[in-house]
Design a protein around this ligand. Sequence first.
Ligand SMILES: [Zn+2]
Length: 172
Amino acid sequence: MDYQLVRKRGLKRLTLRMTSKGPRVFAPKWVPKRVIDAFVESHKDQLPESPRETQERYDQYKELAREILKPIIFVWSERMGVEYNSVRIKNTRSRWGSCSSKGNLNFSFKVAFLPDHLRDYIVVHELAHLTYLDHSPRFWALVARYIPEYQACKRELDLYAKNQKSIEYPEL
Ligand SMILES: [Zn+2]
């Protein structure tokens, strides 16, 4: 494995760390290169993946999420008789989705990998905002027309948001 070697006088032991530029070893000046190589070899499994690998994996999931969600959004919009402007798939931390007054829909890529009934609820929720941009009783009545068990869906989604349930991502 390639790594960057940083030698410093004051250091007392070897450390291997993942940095934004890849793996980096901090070593005291007196430790021979072959010892450092052996150290890296025996510790590389404990190293987290690099930020670049994380980014690549995220990009792949985002692409897959787009393929999964686009037809679902289209089918529900036909069923509900609403028209949207654009769909964007993002990595939103706090929200599953959002809808702007201009009809632009945003969804977290995670939505694609939720169980079907929760995925449908989130899509219907955002599409219902094309009619009512609020959470008024008439908004919820519209959601309930398509997802009668929407309250149970909301409760279940809270479990995912609180990490009491975890999303099962497919193998890439
Ligand atoms: Zn809402």
